[in-house]
Design a protein around this ligand. Structure first.
Ligand SMILES: NC(=O)c1ccc[n+]([C@@H]2O[C@H](COP(=O)([O-])OP(=O)(O)OC[C@H]3O[C@@H](n4cnc5c(N)ncnc54)[C@H](O)[C@@H]3O)[C@@H](O)[C@H]2O)c1
Length: 348
């Protein structure tokens, strides 16, 4: 049995337990939460709820500790767990900033333990659909990618509204969307521009737009809103051979691209719904083709299996702290950009 200890039995901690209980060969040996009511909740679920951190870190049988506390506790708990001889899976955002992560990486190096970040959204079907479209060059070479999530309920009124706890949407959803792009696009980020707003929650960003430029010429817009009542598509990708749109997480959408029929320009001005314009007049239908999105299957529990096989030495780690460090440096630059009101150049 691969024995796991969990720290922080809130929403995400409970999710980890639910997932792991369905995976043969994995066992949750102990669950600790600073709040006794949550430990009791774990016990009600038949888990071994324990009342101290030491009972998790001191258990010689536990191989790996999952950390699912609010973000401002990730660093001290990750360091304590590795120093106690445990491998660590830390929830995202891995840390509050890149400096904290550098410190944790140096402890990883000293202890020789494995440290990974739970970037589970690399297994999302919508993301894998986009990745497949780009890999297959279905729309040629991409030059602009829009990745967004938009809700209308604001931020849950917990630690996510508190800056010191690592609240705000850039560290919450932003870290997922940036990680997906940096995992998919094999090129350094060379410029970051962030426009961040605090519409309903004054202490943290609850709406942001982030423009990333990659060295290979691809630009990406990352947008997260918590107060938008008419959402835009989850993904919109422009390539030099066509356009792909993924509407939502259920992966409806389409690909439209130019076919081999030569497109001829009309002579003179054209009267369209947009008024007199040749540039924005609709393209002749016979020069277009529409394709369905590729069908992708995925299971986010593969994350745990891959981590276990990395611990056993069969595979390299899938989500490494070095990858997470690139993402955190982009996030640091985004905060700096928003504060200074200008783009930040870099090569990350
Ligand atoms: N990967 C994902 O898709 C995903 C989704 C949601 C949340 N998360 C991440 O998971 C983490 C937890 O988020 P959540 O939504 O479960 O929050 P939550 O508030 O529901 O749960 C956090 C739990 O941690 C406990 N806790 C706080 N400080 C502690 C400490 N020092 N030691 C032990 N327990 C402590 C709290 O009592 C609470 O039960 C965050 O880092 C968040 O960003 C990840």
């Amino acid at each position: 049995m691969y024995k796991i200890g969990l720290i922080g039995y809130g929403g995400m901690g409970a999710w980890h337990c639910d997932m792991l209980l369905t995976l043969p060969g994995f066992e949750i040996s102990a669950v600790y939460d600073i709040n006794p009511a949550r430990v009791e909740k774990a016990r009600e679920k038949g888990l071994n709820g324990v009342s101290s951190l030491e009972e998790v870190l001191g258990d010689k049988n536990i191989n790996t500790v999952i950390i699912a506390t609010p973000n401002n506790f990730h660093k001290e708990l990750s360091i304590a767990a590795m120093q106690a001889g445990k491998n660590v899976i830390c929830e995202k955002p891995v840390m509050m900033n890149s400096r904290e992560l550098e410190e944790v990486i140096s402890v990883r190096d000293k202890t020789g333990k494995l440290f990974s970040v739970h970037q589970n959204r690399r297994w999302d079907r919508d993301f894998l659909t986009v990745k497949k479209i780009l890999e297959d060059k279905t729309i040629g070479s991409p030059f602009y990618i829009e990745s967004r999530v938009q809700g209308s309920k604001g931020i849950p009124g917990d630690w996510r509204c508190v800056k010191e706890a690592g609240g705000g949407m850039l560290l919450d959803w932003g870290v997922h969307l940036i990680d997906q792009l940096m995992w998919m696009i094999d090129s350094p980020v060379v410029e970051v521009y962030a426009h961040m707003l605090s519409v309903k929650f004054k202490d943290v960003d609850d709406n942001f737009k982030l423009l990333l430029k990659f060295e290979n010429g691809i630009s990406a817009l990352v947008e997260v809103d918590t107060y938008t009542f008419i959402p835009l598509p989850r993904w919109h990708i422009s390539g030099d051979g066509g356009t792909a749109q993924i509407d939502d997480f259920s992966c409806t959408g389409r690909i439209v691209r130019a076919n081999t029929v030569e497109m001829k320009w009309d002579e003179g001005i054209v009267y369209t719904a947009a008024g007199p314009t040749r540039t924005m007049a609709p393209r002749p239908k016979e020069s277009l083709e529409e394709l369905p999105l590729p069908k992708i299957e995925s299971d986010s529990r593969d994350y745990y299996k891959m981590f276990k096989s990395a611990v056993e030495g069969s595979n390299p780690l899938t989500v490494t702290p070095e990858q997470a460090l690139r993402v955190m440096r982009v996030i640091d630059a985004a905060f700096e950009s928003s504060q200074k009101g200008c783009a930040i150049s870099m090569k990350i």
